[in-house]
Design a protein. Structure first.
Length: 260
């Protein structure tokens, strides 16, 4: 029984091909202005990697902000439910999930059976999202992937007082003009991100085990800063944290096939 999940996010689109026991293949691309085109492109990429065609897929679940535009799904499910299902599939003991996406962040608490007990979403401000890090990395002349690595070299992280992305950007420019080391700037940026997201996580009630999903979970600087903010270890997942929503969608698709 082969199933699939497709997650059309604001910045990236992901697909996972899945059977009863494992991920067969997955793919990730940059989202275009057309969700249907992005979904089709990423699914074809995942299918090619698995040497399959869409006719081999028994059931497909879609999620993400562009879920309503995915042309080939049988059902759409919320991002919160998909990230919860994907994280729990990889880490059955997980109780708190922090998902930092391109345009929003979410904190979700589960009970022992994996049911969603409480969640909060921040989609009003960019300061707790991947977009915030993207803007800051560009300002520093760095690749987004470099922010975490460079911050590890910091000896004196800056303190960003502003919570608004625009004002924080102005603060960073002042520091750049006074030749503050980029490592200290990167560390301060990561810590500011973690402090913002920690407010959301604490609002749902943090319980172990805790994991992070979404692209920002690849930034070791943010992960370590989150651990300090929450005073708990954050469990690393054994696959790319950016595909967890698509994986959860595929796991739900498998469950739907079982019902049929």
């Amino acid at each position: 029984m082969i199933v699939a999940g497709c997650d059309v996010g604001s910045l990236t689109t992901k697909a996972v091909i899945f059977n009863n026991t494992r991920i067969i293949s997955h793919a990730l691309i940059r989202s275009s202005f057309d969700p249907a085109k992005s979904a089709t492109e990423v699914m074809n990429k995942a299918l090619d990697a698995a040497k399959l065609t869409m006719q081999d897929i028994g059931f497909c679940v879609g999620t993400g902000y562009g879920h309503a535009r995915i042309p080939f799904v049988h059902k759409s499910v919320s991002e919160i439910a998909c990230h919860a299902k994907g994280a729990r599939y990889l880490l059955p003991s997980v109780r708190t999930i922090i998902d930092i996406g391109g345009q929003d962040c979410k904190a979700t608490r589960l009970d022992a059976k994996g049911n969603i007990v409480k969640f909060f979403t921040n989609d009003k401000c960019a300061s707790g999202t991947g977009r915030f890090l993207e803007v800051m990395a560009k300002l520093l002349g760095l690749e987004l992937s470099e922010l975490g690595e460079i911050s590890a070299q910091s000896r004196n992280p800056i303190n960003l007082a502003a919570t608004c992305t625009a004002w924080a950007q102005a603060e960073v420019i002042v520091h750049l003009n006074t030749n503050t080391p980029k490592a200290d700037l990167a560390a301060g940026i990561n810590e500011a991100m973690a402090a913002r997201v920690a407010i959301l996580a604490k609002a749902v009630g943090v319980e172990k085990d805790v994991c992070m999903t979404g692209g920002v979970a690849k930034n070791i600087g943010v992960v370590q800063a989150m651990e300090k903010q929450l005073n708990v270890p954050i469990r690393r997942l054994r696959v790319d944290p950016q595909i967890i929503g698509a994986l959860g969608a595929a796991v739900i698709a498998k469950e739907k096939m079982g019902e049929k």
